[in-house]
Design a protein around this ligand. Structure first.
Ligand code: MLT
Length: 349
């Protein structure tokens, strides 16, 4: 293949050394070669996009290891590694509801080697953290949606309330004394608590953690009273009888917990929240790389082990159409608009 330099020399050589006109077909050949070079130069090839990935990829999860988002990330990463032919590593950076780790990816280089896996929370950070050094709505390019995890309202094993009605009675009697574990402002465990307080008037004392993984440890130890957390983190504890399930946050009951009522059917009208998870890349990450990642994500979500593990934890992978940049773009922007309305009067304590 000819480089730029060689093409120009050929032109000059003719012009400078030899008499007579340059034949038309020569000109065509020179142009064709120049075109080829330019095309190759600006095609993915020279930017290494077609050889992507050349080294391990890091998926940053902005919540503590062992929690629900980490669980989803590790399952998907394992399946994507097989397809991409490079290790897909998980890095956990918890804190501030996930806005800290999310900021790390916003500032990472847009080369496809640093990605963010998180959830609905990212669509609230702009409203809840007005002084962030990045604009969540503009700082990322989409790769695709991953799964939509239902949530459960759960209590410590020895909480003196056998069902939701009794829980609400106990909470009213406790006043603001009941402690509610979350992963910080803007985390979905926090958003669920806000919606619950708004819908029921119940006051809760929020106890923030680096993720609901560590919060669950304290619930298991009866150090806190309640959490609203994803089934990927609560199902096994509920089945083991280690925590009390009071309700699920989806419109319909969920197959994995058939005896647990919905908040909506228990009188908290229209209550609904679930943790849609997605993968984003830093703004400017080339489209071909994101399409490649989306393709790999789609394959991962069809992986039998991923489907089986997700099902055992009460969730399902999204469809291939949803595991695309276009679908996530649409969902993300609509959620940012929806939550900015909901949170307009939200307290950020
Ligand atoms: C986690 O993985 O800890 C959760 O997704 C945090 C949260 O409640 O949003």
């Amino acid at each position: 293949m000819r480089s730029c330099v060689q093409v120009s020399m050929q032109l000059n050589g003719r012009r400078s050394g030899q008499a007579g006109t340059i034949r038309e077909e020569d000109m065509k050949r020179v142009f064709a070669a120049a075109l080829m070079t330019a095309a190759t130069m600006f095609s993915g090839a020279s930017l290494g996009q077609d050889a992507y990935p050349r080294k391990p990829i890091t998926i940053l999860v902005p919540a503590a290891a062992g929690g629900p988002s980490d669980t989803v990330a590790r399952l998907v990463a394992e399946a994507m590694r097989a397809d991409l032919g490079q290790p897909v590593l998980i890095e956990n950076v918890g804190g501030a509801g996930g806005s800290l780790g999310t900021g790390r990816v916003a500032q990472a280089s847009p080369d496809g080697y640093t990605l963010l896996l998180y959830h609905i929370g990212v669509s609230t950070f702009g409203a809840l953290y007005p002084d962030l050094r990045y604009k969540p709505a503009e700082a990322f390019d989409s790769v695709g949606l991953v799964t939509e995890v239902p949530m459960t309202l759960v209590g410590r094993k020895n909480l003196p309330a056998g069902d939701l009605a009794a829980l609400f009675k106990w909470l009213k009697a406790e006043g603001a004394g009941a402690t509610f574990g979350t992963a910080g402002v803007g985390a979905v465990s926090d958003l669920c608590g806000r919606l619950l307080s708004d819908a029921t008037g119940i006051k809760l004392t929020v106890v923030p953690y680096q993720g609901t993984g560590p919060a669950m440890n304290d619930l298991l130890g009866s150090q806190i009273d309640l959490m609203c957390d994803q089934t990927t983190n609560t199902t096994n504890q509920i089945k083991a009888g280690a925590i009390k399930p009071y309700a699920v946050t989806t419109r319909e009951r969920i197959a994995i917990l058939p005896n647990v009522p919905t908040l909506a059917e228990s009188g908290v009208k229209d209550f609904e929240i679930s943790a849609w998870h997605a993968i984003w890349a830093p703004k400017g990450t080339p489209e071909p790389i994101r399409q490649k990642l989306s393709g790999s994500l789609q394959k991962a979500l069809k992986d039998a082990k991923v489907i089986e593990r997700f099902a055992a934890l009460g969730t399902v992978p999204v469809s291939a159409e949803m595991a695309t940049p276009a679908a996530l773009d649409k969902r993300f922007q609509s959620e940012i608009a929806r939550w900015s309305k909901i949170l307009a009067n939200a307290s950020t304590k």
